[in-house]
Structures are given as structure tokens and as C-alpha cells.
Design a protein around this ligand. Structure first.
Ligand code: NIG
Length: 333
């Protein structure tokens, strides 16, 4: 089973737009030859792409998240390298090899009785790969920055990180949805519930949850586990304004950031952002940037995942790539 396509300079050469008198971010990032090399490298951050959209399709959502990684790289590698952008502290590892699963997903007809369940089986295969690679990165003492893919990949991130540090991990998720849904076949709406019951996720905070997209069953499930699962509402922060953005950050931080935690950002929480569940109502990109900047500075932060971006759903060319590049830059600067 091929796990990973490890990149070298030549894999990104066609994405780099060099200019005389300037040095681009992509000219200063590092590459490695094997996962073993991570231990001997001084850089902290490790960039990993997950070019898949099977989890979204298994959740009856719109395909397209498989393209976010290349779009993000095209933007990120072409920001400036300067004393503020920190490219020397980044290893560009490469992308998870999802080719076999993506091809198999294409061959499953939507007319089949068990279409979603069969896709779910492929999501489980991707889960194994994500957790293996993330575990290796975290065990080497590094901080993975994972660019998806669907939110199904939260499961592999939580499992891999938890195995890498040998204990369950907390998580803070900037998202319109909980993805804490029932334990049916694997898909993009149940990564956190699976990680919770499998013992990889200890405490879970959903930041800016939309009341309109959360079922009563899920509200009840969170209530039942209220010592370990908590949320604040987008409507409380941005519409009713009875909770300021700063207070909302503090509430999340108090709940789950006094021990190891992961940072998850679902692009569909950002208003009009090209994503699998694009929404006319949501946080601004600058609010997402404040969230990432705030939590990535916490010494207990262990990984950062950006997911559900879908370039073809974007409202202007390269919206998604540029937005992801901003968020990555905020995490490492
Ligand atoms: N990761 C996204 N999960 C959402 C999808 C919502 C949608 O497609 O509209 C969920 O399952 O609730």
C-alpha cells in the first residue's frame, strides 16, 4: 500500500513563479527523502496534503475538496520569503497517496444500493494512511499542517497525533457543523464522533457552530457528554452579539487548551468561501485568521488541519488557494 508521495524540488518547480530581486517562500522550504529524516531536521512545521473528496461524497456532499491541496500550494509557495514569513521553519513533505481510493470511488455508481457505505470503506482506508503519516510526524517532534480533503480526515489527525504523543488529545474546531454525527459508515460528518468513541479525542470544542445545521440528536449527544464536548454558537457571536469574538476564543481556550490539542478549520465556516458546503453566512476570513493566529501560538497546540476547501466552488479564481495560504502563514509566523 503506497502511503505517501514525498516531494522534492522538482515536484514543485512548475508551481513556482520566480521574480528577479525577490525570493519566494517555495525557494526556502526544505524537503526530505524519507519519514525517518524528520527526526534529524531542525524545522518545526511539516506540510502534508490530502487530495481526496471521498469522505465528502460518502456524506452526500459536493465533490471538489481533492483539489484544495494543489491550489493552496500554488499560492503558498509564491508568497514572499522575508524575515516575517518563516519558510526556513517548514518542511514540504508531500501528499498522501490517495490515487487507488480515488480511482475506486469513481468506479462506484451512485445507483448502487450501498453507494455511501462502499465509499465509507474507502474513507477507512484513507484514515489508516492519514493516521500513519501524522503519527510519524508527531513522534518525530514536529507540528503537522495538514491540508485536506474532507473533514473525515479529522479522525486520522486525532488518531495519529494521539498515538504520536501516546495519549488522547483535545481538539478545537472552527466549524459550522459538529461532525459529531452517528457512527454509521465513515464520512466527513463523523470524524470527531469516531475519534471520541475510539479513545483518541478527549475534549472537543466546536467554535461558531450554526444552529441551523445541527440536529436535535447531535445537540442531545453533546449535552450527554457535556464535560467533554462543548460549543459556542455562530449566532451568539456574530448575530445576537451576546458573546464577543474575544470572549468566544477565551471560552474555547479555557475548555480544551490547557493540555495537548489539535486545531481544525473547516473552510465552510467562512462566509462565501469556496467549500463543499459553501454558505452565504459565516465568519470573515480575517476572523478565521485571528482564530488560527491565536491558537497556534499556544504551546499545547500539536497540529493544524484546514479542510473542506473546494476551489471550483470559489467565487473568484484562486480564492481558496490564497485563503489557505493566509491561514498557513498565520500558523507559522
Ligand atoms: N464536514 C461537513 N459536515 C457536514 C456537511 C454539511 C453539508 O454538506 O451541508 C455535516 O455532516 O453536517
Amino acid at each position: 500500500m503506497s502511503l505517501l508521495k514525498i516531494y522534492s524540488e522538482k515536484d514543485i518547480a512548475s508551481l513556482l513563479k520566480k521574480r528577479d530581486g525577490e525570493t519566494k517562500f517555495g525557494e526556502k522550504v526544505s524537503f526530505i527523502k524519507t519519514l525517518e529524516d524528520l527526526k534529524n531536521h531542525s524545522a518545526k512545521y511539516v506540510l502534508l496534503g490530502i487530495p481526496e473528496d471521498i469522505g465528502v461524497r460518502a456524506n452526500y456532499g459536493n465533490p471538489g475538496t481533492s483539489k484544495a491541496w494543489t491550489a493552496a500550494l500554488g499560492s503558498l509557495l509564491n508568497i514572499q520569503h522575508n524575515h516575517l514569513t518563516n519558510a526556513e521553519n517548514v518542511i514540504l513533505l508531500g501528499e498522501l497517496d490517495c490515487d487507488t481510493q480515488m480511482k475506486q470511488a469513481e468506479s462506484i455508481s451512485k445507483e448502487e444500493n450501498h453507494y455511501a457505505e462502499e465509499l465509507g470503506g474507502l474513507v477507512t482506508q484513507i484514515d489508516h494512511k492519514v493516521s500513519e503519516v501524522v503519527r510519524a510526524i508527531v513522534a518525530a517532534g514536529k507540528f503537522p499542517i495538514i491540508i485536506g480533503g474532507g473533514h473525515n480526515n479529522s479522525f486520522g489527525n486525532l488518531k495519529g497525533t494521539s498515538e504520536g504523543i501516546e495519549k488522547a488529545i483535545n481538539c478545537i474546531n472552527f466549524d459550522a457543523h459538529t461532525d459529531f454525527r452517528s457512527l454509521e459508515h465513515r464520512h466527513s460528518g463523523n470524524g470527531f464522533s469516531y475519534a471520541f468513541v475510539d479513545g483518541f479525542l478527549e475534549k472537543y470544542f466546536i467554535f461558531g457552530l450554526h444552529r441551523n445545521y445541527t440536529s436535535e440528536v447531535v445537540f442531545n449527544s453533546m449535552e450527554k457528554n457535556s464535560h467533554r464536548v462543548k460549543f459556542n454558537l455562530f449566532e451568539a457571536i456574530s448575530i445576537d452579539q451576546n458573546l464577543s469574538f474575544g470572549e468566544a476564543l477565551q471560552e474555547a481556550e479555557n475548555f480544551c487548551c490547557n493540555d495537548n490539542f489539535g486545531i481544525e478549520v473547516d473552510m465552510d465556516a467562512i462566509e462565501m468561501m469556496g467549500s463543499s458546503a459553501i454558505s452565504p453566512s459565516g465568519f470573515t476570513l480575517n476572523e478565521a485568521r485571528k482564530f488560527v493566529s491565536h491558537f497556534s501560538k499556544n504551546t499545547y497546540a500539536r497540529y493544524f488541519h484546514i479542510c473542506e476547501g473546494s476551489p471550483s466552488a470559489g467565487i473568484f479564481p484562486n480564492q481558496v488557494g490564497k485563503a489557505i495560504a493566509c491561514l498557513v502563514s498565520d500558523a507559522i509566523s
